[in-house]
Design a protein around this ligand. Structure first.
Ligand code: TK8
Length: 335
């Protein structure tokens, strides 16, 4: 089918999985298995990153750690996978930060609209002091947070009509992640938002339970949302990271040498996954157009209209997120 074919083409043009670097690490003589589950599909950038992670960990542990990969929420959606980590029935997952905001209120910074103007700014924040402190915050509640990757810049899709201004959103039923800032964003824009797990989304779009959703191009295509959504708008309204999490129960069984190696592998995976995601972004947008999706690109003035409409969201969340944090990210952007 067309969808399978284009997925295969996209895969062919992904940057190749790098060679594993780094020495074999001495463990404690025991063998371990890591089940690593994600919500996105096998044809996305995230899964490709996991394949690299598997290569690194199996090579550097000399086969003493086996990594088993699960995609498409086979072992649960983002929230279910996180609670499986907490209870110790799953070893690793990499959710979007947004569904975790009730557990880690500081993550709300990643939900503020238009805060990260470029991927470079996102990298500086994630790979710098702010990102490190967020990993520290998320290393609690039975979780150990060991790195960042990206879901990416989110784009609106819908089944009804082209959207280039908040006026077009009046009453549109938009699925959001399970996150109060996202709900606020779409309410503020005049839409009718419903929070829902990603695992239920395709069916909800197909059956018309919701009219639209928002996700990065690569997630839209790899989940084949374009088969049930005729229109898209290049809004880039939120930049969503993926956070790499390990079950603390599992982590505490590992010798320190393996813990350190997993941190290094998560960093290498995150760098590579972001490279894949970014190199595919424009290519996949074009493929979506070729497959018949009508994509509306916004003029700078139209983007400004969205930004101005969303000013109240900053007023509502500034205290929870922390004014200083917002200002320091703005200062990073201004450099
Ligand atoms: C995948 C999710 C997804 C996210 C969402 O597990 O729920 O819309 O963007 O990609 O993390």
């Amino acid at each position: 089918t067309l969808a399978t074919l284009s997925t295969a083409q996209a895969a062919a043009e992904m940057p190749p999985i790098p060679e594993v670097t780094g020495d074999v690490v001495e463990g404690d003589g025991n063998d371990y298995t890591i089940k690593f589950s994600i919500g996105t599909t096998q044809s996305g950038a995230q899964y490709r990153g996991l394949e690299y992670f598997e290569d690194i960990v199996e090579a550097r542990s000399d086969g003493h750690i086996q990594v088993e990969l699960f995609h498409s929420a086979q072992l649960g959606d983002d929230l279910q996978a996180v609670s499986a980590l907490q209870s110790g029935t799953l070893e690793m997952t990499a959710p979007s930060t947004s569904p975790l905001v009730n557990m880690f209120p500081q993550f709300a910074v990643f939900d503020l609209p238009f805060l990260f103007p470029t991927p470079e700014v996102a990298d500086e924040v994630l790979d710098g002091e702010i990102g490190d402190s967020m990993l520290g915050i998320a290393s609690s509640n039975g979780l150990v947070a060991i790195g960042w990757a990206e879901n990416g810049y989110r784009q609106l899709t819908n089944s009804q009509a082209a959207v280039d201004s908040p006026d077009d959103l009046d009453g549109l039923k938009v699925r959001t992640m399970q996150n109060p800032i996202h709900l606020d964003i779409w309410r503020t824009l005049g839409a009718n938002p419903t929070p829902m797990s990603f695992a239920e989304l395709f069916t909800a779009l197909e059956q018309g339970v919701v009219d639209g959703q928002e996700n990065p191009w690569i997630t839209i295509q790899s989940s084949r949302f374009n088969e049930v959504q005729g229109y898209a708008s290049e809004t880039n309204h939120v930049y969503t990271p993926f956070i790499t999490l390990v079950s603390e129960r599992f982590w505490n069984k590992l010798p320190e040498s393996y813990q350190q190696m997993l941190v290094e592998a998560a960093q290498q995976m995150g760098d590579y996954e972001r490279e894949v995601s970014r190199s595919l972004n424009d290519q996949i947008k074009q493929e979506l157009i070729d497959e018949g999706m009508q994509i509306t690109e916004l003029t700078p003035e139209q983007v400004t209209t969205f930004q101005e409409s969303l000013a109240p969201v900053y007023d509502n969340w500034r205290d929870q997120v922390g004014g200083e944090l917002i200002d320091s990210i703005r200062a990073t952007s201004a450099q």
